[in-house]
Design a protein around this ligand. Structure first.
Ligand code: TYC
Length: 103
C-alpha cells in the first residue's frame, strides 16, 4: 500500500449487533412453606445442579427473597421454570420460579 492510500476499514465489529439470542434468567422466589430439602431436590433435578450448588441457591433465595438460578434462551428458561413450578404444585407447595429477560 502506498503512503497516500487509505487503509481498508476493519470488517470486524466491536459493538454487539449480535446473532446471539437474548438470555432469560430463571429466578427462584422464597416462600415460608416449601421445605428446604424439597427446593434442593427440585433444583438438582430440573437444573442438574450438585447438592452443594442447589443448597447455595436455595439458601440465597431463603435469605434474600430471591435468587437467579441460571440463564437460558427464553424457551428453555420458561420450560424449566414451569417444570419446577409443576413439581411444587404436585407436592402441594407454593414453590415459585419466574423468568426475566436479561439486560
Ligand atoms: N423459606 C423456606 C423454609 O424456610 C425454604 C425455601 C427456600 C423455600 C427457598 C423456597 O425458594 C425457596 N422452609
Amino acid at each position: 500500500m502506498s503512503q497516500t492510500e487509505t487503509p481498508a476499514k476493519p470488517t470486524t465489529r466491536t459493538t454487539a449487533t449480535s446473532a446471539r439470542p437474548p438470555l432469560w434468567k430463571v429466578i427462584l422466589l422464597n416462600d415460608d412453606v416449601t421445605p428446604r430439602e424439597f427446593v434442593v431436590k427440585v433444583l438438582r433435578r430440573v437444573f442438574r445442579m450438585t447438592e452443594d450448588e442447589a443448597t447455595a441457591v436455595m439458601l440465597t433465595a431463603h435469605r434474600r427473597g430471591a435468587c437467579v438460578v441460571a440463564v437460558f434462551t427464553r424457551e428453555v428458561a420458561e420450560t424449566k421454570a414451569e417444570q419446577a413450578n409443576e413439581a411444587g404444585r404436585r407436592a402441594g407447595y407454593p414453590l415459585a420460579l419466574t423468568t426475566e429477560r436479561e439486560e
